[in-house]
Design a binder for this molecule. Structure first.
Ligand code: PGA
Length: 251
């Protein structure tokens, strides 16, 4: 099996101020020197330049939380993949459940965005996950399949080569309810086997992150699962000490 370097990504969402994100970025880059996982921070896009100024010469990578599927034109309020590249971004979180639920992004649009990000030589972090109602209705597999298949349809299996998948059960995001390591592992294995049915090598190289109330005290048992290759961290990423403890748990 290919060796996959763990990735710990901080999704800062719509939080902080220009001053506080710089402080947070400085604390993360100062503290992550001995961490063997790849460390990524994703501030809101207006702060990218400030955060790049802090992490640019450190081991910390920079990413965005969304981008347009379009490269340019009449798309008021949007930011393109090429613009994010200019600000040092290497990753873009796409299809987060908050964007799917609140901004009506469907899997087809998310797939188009993934392809736009890859065309700009960045790596999409494709978020998938079921709601509580879907889990209770035994629909986990079909929901995840639909979310993955949209990208397989749009870009083929090649679009899974430069991609990270984040499994984020919607019921675990920001709720303090974490999926058990066994629940998370089961879905991660399902994601990997679905990709493996198209190409086994692509599947074994694919990093699959878990997200949803990851904290310093539950991170290590989650990351010990064979198909969990790190985490997408929301709330706990806003505190440098907690985030660094999670990064260390991925070693
Ligand atoms: P949380 O968020 O860690 O606050 O649950 C995770 C996410 O939404 O990416």
């Amino acid at each position: 099996m290919a060796k996959r370097q763990p990735l710990i990504a901080g999704n800062w969402k719509l939080n902080g101020s220009r001053h506080s994100v710089v402080e947070l970025a400085a604390a993360v880059s100062a503290g992550c020197g001995a961490v063997s996982a790849e460390v990524l921070v994703c501030p809101t896009s207006v702060y990218l330049a400030d955060v790049l100024g802090v992490v640019g010469n450190s081991a910390v990578h920079l990413g965005a939380q969304n981008c347009s599927q379009a490269s340019d034109g009449a798309y008021t309020g949007e930011v393109s993949a090429d613009m994010l590249v200019e600000f040092g971004c290497e990753y873009v979180i796409l299809g987060h459940s908050e964007r799917r639920a609140m901004y009506h992004e469907d899997s087809r649009l998310v797939a188009e965005k993934c392809l736009a990000v890859q065309a700009a030589d960045m790596t999409p972090i494709l978020c998938v996950g079921e709601t509580l109602e879907q889990r209770e209705a035994d629909e986990v597999e079909s929901v995840i399949a639909e979310q993955l298949d949209a990208l397989l349809d749009a870009g083929g299996i090649a679009s899974f080569e430069n991609l990270v998948v984040a499994y984020e059960p919607v019921w675990a995001i920001g709720t303090g309810k974490t999926a058990s390591p066994e629940q998370a592992q089961a879905v991660h294995a399902l994601i990997r086997s679905r990709v493996a049915s198209h190409n086994a090598d692509t599947a074994s190289a694919l990093r699959i992150l878990y997200g949803g109330s990851v904290k310093p005290d539950n991170a290590a048992t989650l990351f010990a699962q064979p198909d969990i290759d790190g985490g997408l961290i929301g709330g706990a990423a806003l505190d440098a000490e907690s985030f660094l403890a999670i990064c260390e748990a991925a070693a």
